[in-house]
Design a protein. Structure first.
Lengths: 344, 321
């Protein structure tokens, strides 16, 4: 990570007061994104990744929200920022796209009009200029016949085209950072790959940073340099893409890797689901948050909350696990062993 | 689109037929006063007179013959017949009274929209604030208060003849717009407010509920993430979606009321279609009852058609080819 990160989140805590108590959605999240960098945040639903990123944009603020910690973007604090300052950041410096492009566009307005609206929210330009730019943006994200499609309604687009249009809208004001929240989850598999390619290409061409939220390690593997794995509102492991994919050290990451099919593994190898279900955020587990589901849990893990410590010997790799590093590496070698056997 | 409207109009004609038939049947099936006796008035003891009245009005013929004759005149001559009571043309009587009813209803609609929509939006966006609680409390009172009661209360309080604070024109002061715009406006102020009160409350509650749902939609989050002002988010993205059912309701309400706002017209003694219908029922004046019922049905059918066409403009997803 470079000395001057574009986005730096330090010990972020986000809770929501409900009738049942405080839902601790994010519990001490720290991460950085370098200018032009690409970070993938992986976690199940309820891991806090979406809430954390919505908080960056100030979109979780409300009478029932409790937000503490620090979010610095280009050196400016966003947690304490006034609403008007945040509005100048939203859609201008940081843009965000969402999981379901169908419901994320206003059904009653033409796509072009929604693009123009995004442009005009931050720039003074004539209607014709804005419309021209809207057509350009649609072309940039690979929508065929943009001049005709600019006047279509969202329901006249296919799912993939709608997500492309959402991306175009996000790019309207040349943001420094694009946050993509499960951008491919609602799409067909073939379209998923196209959208990921598009995101990778745009990031390269426009030099913007990308934060990709997903529950699918396969998705982040395609487009990001760094990966952070979130569980129960905190990062449990983070590091370079290679480190996380080839030498993961956290049992939860192992579980994620072993629960997805991979082409580099022998055919017929069994997928192993992670036992149990995500923890309640009303009363997160004591000690290590993963201990109720961890196959390697020891008595002390129920009491001691692990810190996010550098993995010994690795350059960019931190793990939040109480198991000794040597034990972790031995366990992963054993788990990964069948792959080598199959590759023979 | 054109074939769609044509189909709807044919359907409307059929409905009018059914409505008129039902009115006829109900009139004859249910016990009512003898129109001939009512017409004869003080001289109703005179059998010969009653006979001649029955003969002139065609009352001695079987009801289905009467119905056939009535429909023939209506369909081929747009003739609604003549009042049993004073031989006045039903069509003229009704058309003369439409402006008063239209003034009352359209003016009230302006008031209830101007009040109901902002209140609904403010309540939805500041839910559980004191302003929301006060607005919804007031709405509950307004919905619960019947028009005739509310009308009499405001007359007692504010009418210039009997009121405690005589600031507004009272009952029976209606002046047509063409005669005196200022007089028209002054005389209708209280009726507008009274007729609008319930509707405004209802619209505010409807919009509040709809808008609350809409504001949790994904596209509202997108609008915020774009960096739009909260005002644009709420009005251009939120209200734009939440207003559609309100527009539907508005069309139907106006359609229903144009057929006669009986209670308000009666309380404020406004010479509208509603009062005409009311006195026709009391006088067993079948042609007049038929006429007002048919006009009412026609307005409702037209309102439905307008609403359906309008819906296509409001929601591009339901636009008909």
């Amino acid at each position: 990570m470079s000395a001057d990160p574009l986005l730096a989140i330090e010990d972020l805590r986000v809770g929501f007061r409900t009738d049942d108590g405080l839902v601790q959605a994010v519990r001490g999240l720290s991460l950085q994104v370098a200018p032009g960098g690409a970070l993938g945040i992986v976690g199940e639903s309820g891991s806090g990744k979406s809430v954390a990123m919505l908080t960056v944009l100030g979109l979780t603020r409300g009478p029932n929200a409790e937000i503490a910690g620090e979010i610095r973007f280009e050196g400016r604090d966003l947690v304490g920022a006034r609403e008007s300052e945040l509005r100048a950041v939203r859609g201008r410096r940081i843009a965000m796209i969402f999981q379901d492009p169908q419901s994320s566009m206003h059904p009653f307005y033409r796509v072009g009009r929604q693009l123009v609206e995004a442009l005009k929210a931050h720039q003074t330009m004539t209607r014709t200029a804005a419309r021209e730019r809207a057509v350009e943006l649609l072309a940039l994200v690979g929508i065929p016949e943009p001049r005709r499609r600019v006047d279509a309604y969202p329901h006249e687009y296919s799912g993939g085209m709608r997500q492309r249009a959402m991306i175009a809208m996000a790019l309207a004001n040349d943001p420094e950072l694009l946050i993509a929240d499960e951008p491919t989850t609602a799409l067909d598999v073939t379209v998923q790959a196209q959208i990921l390619d598009l995101l990778a290409r745009l990031r390269e061409e426009l030099g913007m940073a990308l934060v990709l939220l997903t529950h699918d390690l396969g998705v982040v593997a395609q487009v990001t340099d760094e990966i952070a794995v979130m569980y129960a509102g905190e990062v449990v492991e983070r590091g370079s893409r290679e480190a996380i994919l080839t030498a993961p050290e956290h049992p939860y990451t192992w579980g994620l890797l072993r629960s997805i099919p991979r082409l580099d593994r022998p055919r017929g190898e069994e997928l192993v689901p992670i036992a149990g279900s995500p923890p309640s955020l009303l009363a997160p587990p004591s000690g290590c948050a993963f201990h109720p589901r961890c196959p390697y849990v020891r008595e002390a893990h129920r009491r001691v909350h692990p810190q996010l410590d550098p993995a010994p010997g690795a350059v960019v790799h931190d793990v939040r696990c109480l198991l000794p590093a040597t034990t972790r590496r031995r366990l992963w070698r054993e788990l990964a062993a069948p792959a080598e056997g199959g590759a023979r | 689109m054109v074939t769609y409207i044509l189909r709807r109009l044919l359907w409307a004609a059929f409905l009018v037929l059914v409505v008129s038939f039902l009115t006829f049947v109900i009139f004859y099936a249910l016990p009512s006063a003898d129109p001939a006796v009512l017409r004869a008035g003080a001289r109703s003891g005179n059998q010969a007179l009653l006979e001649s009245i029955r003969d002139t009005l065609g009352l001695d013929e079987p009801w289905y013959v009467q119905y056939a004759k009535y429909m023939e005149r209506l369909l081929f001559h747009f003739d609604f017949g003549f009042s049993y009571r004073n031989d006045a043309s039903v069509r003229e009587q009704i058309f003369d009274r439409i402006p008063a009813t239209a003034s009352l209803v359209l003016g009230a609609a302006v008031v209830w929209i101007a009040v109901g929509i902002p209140v609904g939006v403010v309540s939805a966006t500041r839910r559980r604030s004191w302003i929301d609680r006060i607005a919804m409390g007031a709405a509950l009172v307004a919905i619960s208060a019947p028009v005739y009661w509310l009308g009499l209360v405001v007359l007692y309080l504010f009418a210039d003849d009997i009121g405690r604070f005589p600031v507004f024109k009272g009952s029976g002061s209606y002046v047509p717009l063409t005669e005196s715009p200022a007089g028209w406006f002054g005389s209708l102020l209280l009726p507008w407010l009274v007729l609008a009160a319930t509707a405004a409350a209802f619209y505010a509650r409807l919009l509040r509920g709809n808008l609350r749902d809409v504001l949790s939609e994904d596209y509202i989050r997108t609008a915020r993430a774009k960096g739009l002002r909260e005002r644009s988010v709420v009005w251009r993205h939120g209200v734009r979606s939440a207003i559609t059912p309100v527009v539907t309701l508005l069309g139907l309400d106006i359609g229903i009321l144009l057929g006669g706002a009986i209670l308000t017209e009666t309380v404020f003694n406004i010479p509208g279609v509603g009062r005409l219908a009311f006195s026709a029922i009391r006088g067993a004046d079948l042609p007049m009852i038929q006429g007002t019922v048919l006009i009412g049905a026609l307005f409702i059918i037209l309102a439905n058609l307008v609403v359906d066409v309008l819906y296509g403009f409001l929601d591009p997803r339901v636009r008909v080819g």
